[in-house]
Structure formats: C-alpha cells, structure tokens
Design a protein around this ligand. Sequence first.
Ligand code: SAM
Length: 220
Amino acid sequence: MVTTQLARRGITNERVLDAMRQVKRHEYVEQAFQNRAYEDTPLPIESGQTISQPYIVAKMTELLDVQPTDKILEIGTGSGYQAAILCMLASKVVTIERHFDLAKTARARLEAAGFTNVIVKHGDGTIGWSQHAPYDKILITASAPHLPRTLSNQLKEGGRMIFPMGEGREQKLVVADKRGGELELQEVGTVSFVPLIGREGFTDPGSDPRQYMSGRSAVR
Ligand code: SAM
C-alpha cells in the first residue's frame, strides 16, 4: 500500500511513509473488512462510522508536520488507526471519540498493538481536553461547521491544527497555523468526512453518516 499508492500520489515524508508501512491497518477494521484493509479506500467501522482512506490519513499526517517531541490532540478516534500512526511519530497522543463503544474498542486495539503514549477519552471532542493542553498539533477527523474556538485556544502558539470544514458531501480541508495568538487559515483541498457533532460542532447528525464514506479525498 505505502510504496505504491501513497508515494505515487505524492506522499514524500519518509517518517509518515514508514509509520504507514508499520501500522497494520487490518487490526483496526472489523473481521468482515480485513481482506480490504490495504485498499486505498475508507471502510465502515462500528457505530456507523468509517476508518479513513489511507491516502487521506497519510496526507493529513504529512500536513500536520509531526515532530518527535509533539503532544497531539486528535478528535474522532474512530477505529484508532490514525491515532496509531500519530503514536509512531509523536511523543504523546490524546484522542477523543464521542461513541463509547468506538473509544473502548480503539483503546483495546492501541493497547494490544503496544502503544503506551496514547490516551483515549470518551466524550465531546469539540471542547477538547484542557487538562492536557496546550497541544503542539490538533487533528480533527470529522467535519466542523466553523473554526472550533475552544480547540483553537488549546493549541500552542506556533502550533498547527488541521480540520475539514463545511457541510454536505464535500468539505474544505483547512490548515490553521497559530501566530500571535491568531489562527491563519489556508484551504488545501477538498475531502469527505462525517460531521463533527458536539457543543461546538453540528447539533444534528442528519442522515445516515455512512453515506459520506468519510475520509475520501481530492487533496491537491
Ligand atoms: N480517525 C479515525 C480512524 O482513524 O479510524 C476516523 C474517524 S471517523 C472519519 C470520524 C469520527 O469522529 C467518528 O468516529 C465520529 O464518531 C467522531 N466524532 C464526531 N464528532 C465527534 C466529537 N464531537 N467528539 C469526538 N468524536 C467525534
């Protein structure tokens, strides 16, 4: 998967490629989909959610510019796969999932894979987790209606936040850099994620989230 699809589509960061090579994606999907785990496609997971397409995981991780000393907050643990990739690259990963069963399963998967630098929290990620703030980087893997203000406040000066923004089937992928206390936003492509649902997100899940087949990209 890594050397073929990802490199061919322009992923060049060797640390990211190496992490993608080492983390076994089949360990993060249900038995029924394990034979498709190494296809470059999103797949359904428990609670009607999705594990993102490997290319978009690699692209967002590359854009996040993860450093070995970074403390990272991920919103939308889902399967735990993106968190595992971040664990390979960063010093500490804090990840929040709103579905209790997903958080529990992801926690067990990450523990079974031997990751000791991750905390999985069940709760509303739109309000982050102030106890562990500030974060060097924040990655949101669900689409926000607008810039999430509390999460912005939990980002370090000089830090970076990446998130899909918008509603409907296609959203903008936004890179936000914190400089002088303000976030500078840059749109870097289009993606298709499930909605971010919570106090500072969408209030209504709308129709079946499976329709979005979250984590598919057309990132430039
Ligand atoms: N990163 C995941 C992975 O590697 O499998 C994929 C995440 S899936 C595309 C989006 C996830 O965001 C879903 O599991 C959904 O339940 C979660 N989510 C949506 N709103 C949330 C919120 N306010 N707080 C935490 N998780 C949320």
